[in-house]
Design a protein around this ligand. Structure first.
Ligand code: PLP
Length: 433
């Protein structure tokens, strides 16, 4: 390629591509949940792109498989996961592309495990449980996994439990289903729900799952990373009851997208559901069962060398820096929460646990009929300035704004500026009523 062409390509990127990009790495990006990039993550990603190995079986690039096992054991230890999730025993970790893939593969493992016990003809009787705050990824997994749509129990939550799943509600649902001849087989709990960071009580839920011989999966896609800090580790107390646990390193762990980490206690359950053994992939190491072949832990065959970027992040930053990184975001969110709480025109809608603040502008004269329009208008107004990007959700019928701190470059001044913008736009909107 000649220099002139390079120049035109860069000019095109500046003129045509960048104006259409939403800058997730901007310090003023507060939408959804963060999607972190970092120099270490970028370098790891670059090396992986350069090597471009396809490590589906151990033999296709031993370092790709072995580094993944090592790095996920390190990460598991940082989170103080039970030993059974580490690779020395019957379990281990695997990098998936997304939390959606993680829940899908464990659902397939759980489905096949129960069907081996109760007979293949019972698929229609299998029932799955989660709260109504669970990410829609679970619903997609059910659609793909052939679970009857009527057998997906998304159990109600409300403000009385801060939108966490109540063990009593779960027990009642299971007992009704068993009475009707159905077979409970899967429970998905969330630590840090997508709307409001609700934390389901893992220990109690896990015990219920165990006594009903159900698979227990924990989705900690966003909040899992925070649990490397001793003061937040209690949010995953009870993970010892789980069969599988997932967190997205690409959300809040300085690891470039995509890198979703899944640990499982019984890797054979996954392998039994997903393995194939075609002639053209046979090799001595696999046949002798001496190695891990990650092709049997995931949906596709091909896989990238994603552990390189996670390894780079841990190797270059280390545990203490990663902990301070998380703490800094949580402190910034706390600061934002305090600012909102000081303005009587606003309310904090759910308690802040991590780095997400859920809040809304109160409708004048408590007129709830205009609350949605008002807050919708506020979100539109602030986002259309292009100065910040925030997002929204609805809880118990209330439309509210979500401000998630988590971009690597966000500082207190950005949070202050975001709040000033929200206040100014709120004043302008209220003046029109
Ligand atoms: N689970 C939770 C709690 C999430 O917040 C999200 C996304 O934000 C997901 C699952 C889906 O993640 P992914 O895009 O990795 O499938």
């Amino acid at each position: 390629m000649c220099e002139e062409q390079n120049f035109y390509a860069i000019a095109d990127i500046q003129a045509k591509i960048l104006p259409g990009v939403t800058h997730w790495q901007s310090p003023n990006f507060f939408g959804y949940y963060p999607s972190n990039s970092s120099i270490a993550g970028f370098l790891g990603e670059m090396m992986s792109a350069g090597l471009n190995v396809v490590g589906f079986s151990w033999i296709t690039s031993p370092a790709a498989t072995e580094l993944e096992m090592i790095v996920l054991d390190w990460f598991g230890k940082m989170l103080k996961l039970p030993e059974e999730f580490l690779s020395a025993g019957k379990g281990g970790g695997v990098i998936q592309g997304s939390a959606s893939e993680a829940v899908l593969v464990v659902l397939l493992a759980a489905r096949d495990k129960i069907l081996r016990r109760v007979g293949k003809n019972s698929l229609e009787k299998l029932v799955l449980y989660a709260s109504d705050q669970t990410h829609s990824a679970l619903q997609k997994a059910c659609q793909i996994g052939g679970i009857h749509p009527e057998n997906c129990r998304l159990l109600r939550t409300d403000s009385s439990t801060d939108y966490a799943l109540s063990p009593n509600v779960l027990n009642e649902a299971i007992s009704d289903d068993v009475t009707s001849g159905l077979i409970p087989f899967f429970l998905c709990a969330t630590v840090g729900t997508t709307s409001s960071t609700a934390v389901d009580p893992l220990l109690e839920l896990g015990k219920i799952a165990k006594s009903n011989e159900m698979w227990f999966h924990v989705d900690a896609a966003y909040a899992g990373s925070a649990c490397i800090c001793p003061e937040y580790r209690h949010y995953i107390d009870g993970v010892e009851e789980a069969d599988s646990f997932n967190t997205n390193a690409h959300k809040w762990f300085l690891t470039n997208f995509d890198c979703s980490v899944l640990w499982i206690k019984d890797r054979n359950a996954l392998i039994q559901a997903l393995s194939t053994n075609p002639e053209f992939l046979k090799n001595k190491a696999s046949q002798a069962n001496l190695v891990v072949d990650y092709k049997d832990w995931q949906i596709p065959l091909g896989r990238r060398f994603r552990s390189l970027k996670l390894w780079m992040v841990m190797r270059l930053y280390g545990l203490e820096n990663l902990q301070s990184y998380i703490r800094n975001h949580i402190n910034l969110a706390k600061h934002f929460e305090e600012l909102v709480a000081q303005d009587p025109r606003f309310e904090i809608v759910t308690p802040r646990l991590f780095s997400l603040v859920c809040f809304r502008l109160l409708p004048p004269h408590n007129d709830e009929t205009c609350a949605t329009k008002l807050n919708h208008g506020l979100l539109d107004a602030v986002n259309s300035t292009g100065k910040i990007f925030a997002s929204h959700t609805v809880l118990s019928g209330k439309y509210l704004l979500r401000l998630a701190v988590g971009a690597p470059l966000t500082e207190e001044r950005h949070v202050n500026a975001a709040w000033k913008l929200l206040q100014d736009e709120a004043s302008a909107l209220l003046a029109t009523l």
